[in-house]
Design a protein around this ligand. Sequence first.
Ligand code: SF4
Length: 414
Amino acid sequence: MTRTATKRVPIETQKRLRTLMREYFLDLDAAAKDPGRRVAWCTSVGPCEILTAFGFDVFFPENHGALLGAQKVSHELIPRAVGAGYCPESCSYMNSDIGSCLAGRSPLQDIYGIDGPPTPDLLAYNTNQCREVQDWFAFFGRRHEATVLGVRPPLHLGAVGPDHVAFVAGRLRDLIARIEERFGLVFDAAKLEETVARSSRASSLWREVLETARSRPAPITFWDGLIHMAPVILMRGSQVAIDYYEDLLAEMRARVDDGVAAVPGEQFRVYWEGMPVWPKIRELSERFFDLRTAVAASTYCNSWAFEPYSGGDPLDWMARSSLEIFINRDERFKQSFLEEMFDRFSIDGAIFHNARTCPNNTNSRFGMAQRLRDEREMPVLVIDGDLADVRFFSTAQTMTNIEAFVEQLEGRRR
Ligand code: SF4
């Protein structure tokens, strides 16, 4: 197989991202130290727009879990959580975040010179992704004597109907009432609508950015997406996120027009299903680059591409967005979503990541990979690993499997 490494063309907009991230974390740190401001922790597709509308500064612990994984320190911190009674095979974001707290160690200290994650006044979760977040937030609620509030929507839906939306919108109304009561705040409906409109705009732009990868060659890959998705999670509801994605989208469209490839000499296009392997992102992206294989689309990066808000009750939009996310759907919906994505992005083969500590966002455990292989006659590879805990990942084994997989794609083409 020919593997001639060509130079990667950097994405210019990324330079601004470093500044945005620094400003975001420094501001959160300042908020935590200012008695006149309040910090809320929130799950990634949780009720963050409500928190923002109330004036909370919002921190996302899953992002911290991913950072601990990407900085390759999770395996050192997880034993601290295990010592406190958390199962070593429970969510490694949760375990490394708890371990980080118990050890008093966070990469935020070195990267931004701050104490670590901001102390929360409120923790608000949504179990649309998993129940783990409830117990994760409960730990920090006890630790900081902070209020923990949650929304528990119906799970694993096929079609999302008006009754489901009405139920969750009702839970969100209840959440608002409890925040008003607990913190003595008055809810501002106009502010929520503005926040939701900005959130939706950022999300739509993010979707458009990802859609540029339908072009051949793809101007952006899953690996780039893992970096550039930060504003749509952390800064959702802000103008900053909108401005960022407008620039990124313009850059990606220019790359499409000029034929600039994320993977020069792109030969194959692959789909990534499941969680990223954060500690191995660099090695994996380089391997695919050398194999001239663009990971052109993924479920993960699409998780923050919501349907647009087009007026009406913003709580209905929030409820629908939180119900419709892929992780909260049934097996049949998931398979048809994947097949549509394979067609949209002209995918040659799919990789399923069996993440040991996240069964919730792993879809290779109930025959889906095999069904896709059989029904579409498409090469599908399942790799074993984890999102943060390297003890469940064999680099040598995985790289060998990926190389054999790309050879299989080559063989089919011949
Ligand atoms: S979805 Fe998976 S990775 Fe995310 S918090 Fe839940 S268990 Fe952890």
